[in-house]
Design a protein around this ligand. Structure first.
Ligand SMILES: Cc1cc2nc3c(=O)[nH]c(=O)nc-3n(C[C@H](O)[C@H](O)[C@H](O)COP(=O)(O)OP(=O)(O)OC[C@H]3O[C@@H](n4cnc5c(N)ncnc54)[C@H](O)[C@@H]3O)c2cc1C
Length: 424
């Protein structure tokens, strides 16, 4: 069978549902294809925290009732626990803005229900796209579907991205397990908690009243150890607040864990106009800074609002560059184990603790409020100087200089990439 539509969207995750609805509201005919059969979305461990811009995007795209569901936590920002019994530091969203927390499966189910009822959208579930070209897609089983534009919203292993760029790999960063604790509360109920420790860090936040999600980040070098429940319990025991320790241990012993791999792919390529990439298909980073869903929703909105594809791609590249760099730098800072990196971690926390402007700046950068590389470079250099002054002399100068060199390489690579793009 052959059929033709204006827009064909591959993948009905947050980005796919958002773009399908936005195009339909503009009067386009949309075919939305999803591989997952109905009722499977609750099994997935993925994004559960939305920044204020993402909440705004949901409302603008006509998913506003999702943001006002009774009891859904509205996040005020993050609380960072530096470890060693030190007092936590609070980083609030600027100007009293609010994020949102939820079970990933609930968000996806609610978005799918609304998009399926939107005039102009034909939503087909349990169909997998096998091949893509500039004129449409071929499903597993051979059915051919044609469209003026194919939007790849099909996540990290996107078949649409592979059709454009080949298998080009995204880079594995770490593994993460999700643990759900019921009947407990968070120390700061409206905040995401970041607990710094060893071997890496833990995240924890309420996703519903008295339901807490714990995310344990495990660097890849521990991939053998992490299969042992006792190792995982030991890794979380020291770092978690006492009220969460016992329930967390029980969940680990009972095997109630959901593992996911975390990957990195820079947001550099949004496709060619006929095949467009949005959401995780365009690029993704470690979930520490919780930018994935917000990025996907804003991609969807901008793609539909901007008539010109080139303008869309340029705007999104500019907007995502600094938050992506910040996310990578913070991930390294919170997970690297060498002495200089640990000194840098202390310097970053001290900077946040002592300077409200730096706290606001970090939260602003996370939300895409600083597009120039210099908005990142200033505080980064301040933290490097603080880390150098705060070295604990347990290592050699050579080891610290090698670590500094590796720290400078990352922002330099971003600065160069931005400069080359600006010139071309
Ligand atoms: C452990 C973890 C924690 C995270 N925490 C956060 C967080 O707190 N906040 C945040 O913002 N982000 C977080 N993220 C990232 C976030 O989950 C993603 O950025 C977001 O889900 C991406 O949305 P998407 O719609 O682009 O892709 P996806 O959510 O991956 O959706 C893609 C959809 O496409 C479908 N699909 C794939 N291939 C095909 C095909 N060939 N044919 C048809 N359909 C197909 C899939 O079944 C899926 O439904 C986290 C990620 C992980 C792994």
């Amino acid at each position: 069978m052959r059929s033709k539509t204006d827009i064909l969207v591959v993948g009905a995750g947050p980005a796919g549902c958002a773009v399908a609805r936005a195009y339909a509201l503009k009067g386009k005919s949309v075919l939305l294809l999803e591989a997952e059969p109905e009722g499977k979305s609750r099994k997935r461990f993925a994004g559960e925290w939305l920044h204020p811009q993402g909440v705004e995007a949901l409302q603008e795209l006509g998913f506003g009732d999702i943001t006002s569901v009774q009891g859904r936590p509205h996040g005020k920002g993050f609380v960072v626990y530096p470890g060693h019994g030190e007092m936590p530091v609070k980083l609030d969203y600027v100007e009293g803005q609010r994020g949102l927390a939820f079970h990933h499966g609930d968000l996806v189910d609610e978005m799918r229900q609304r998009v399926a009822k939107t005039d102009g959208v034909d939503f087909r579930q349990a169909v997998r796209v096998a091949a893509v070209d500039d004129h449409g897609v071929t499903l597993e089983g051979g059915e051919r579907l044609e469209a003026d534009r194919v939007v790849g919203a099909d996540g990290r292993s996107s078949v649409v991205r592979r059709s454009l760029r080949g298998a080009g790999a995204h880079k594995a960063m770490s593994a993460m397990t999700g643990i759900l604790l019921e009947g407990v509360n968070a120390p700061y109920p409206d905040y995401g908690h970041v607990f710094l420790g060893k071997p890496s860090f833990l995240l924890g936040y309420e996703i519903a009243p008295s339901v807490v999600r714990i995310c344990v980040d495990v660097p890849l070098k521990y991939k053998t150890e992490m299969k042992d429940p006792e190792w995982l319990i030991a890794a979380t025991r020291e770092t978690l607040p006492p009220v969460w320790r016992q329930p967390c241990e029980e969940q680990i012993r009972a095997g109630h864990l959901r593992w996911q791999a975390n990957h990195f792919l820079a947001r550099a390529d949004y496709g060619n106009g006929r095949r467009v990439l949005i959401g995780d298909a365009a690029g993704h980073t470690h979930p520490l800074t919780a930018t994935g869903i917000t990025n996907g929703l804003i991609d969807a909105m901008e793609l539909v609002q901007r008539e010109d594809f080139g303008e869309f791609a340029r705007s999104r590249r500019r907007a995502c560059r600094v938050p992506e760099l910040l996310s990578r730098a913070l991930y390294d800072c919170f997970s690297k184990e060498d002495a200089f990196s640990q000194s840098l971690r202390r310097a970053v926390v001290t900077l946040w603790r002592n300077d409200e402007k730096e706290r606001d700046r970090t939260m602003g950068l996370l939300m895409g409020n600083g597009r120039s590389f210099l908005t990142f470079a200033g505080p980064f250099l301040k933290a490097l100087v603080g880390a150098w002054r705060g070295r604990d002399n347990t290592t050699t100068m050579g080891a610290d200089l090698a670590s500094i060199a590796s720290w400078i390489r990352l922002p330099m690579a971003y600065a160069m990439a931005g400069w080359v793009r600006a010139k071309s």
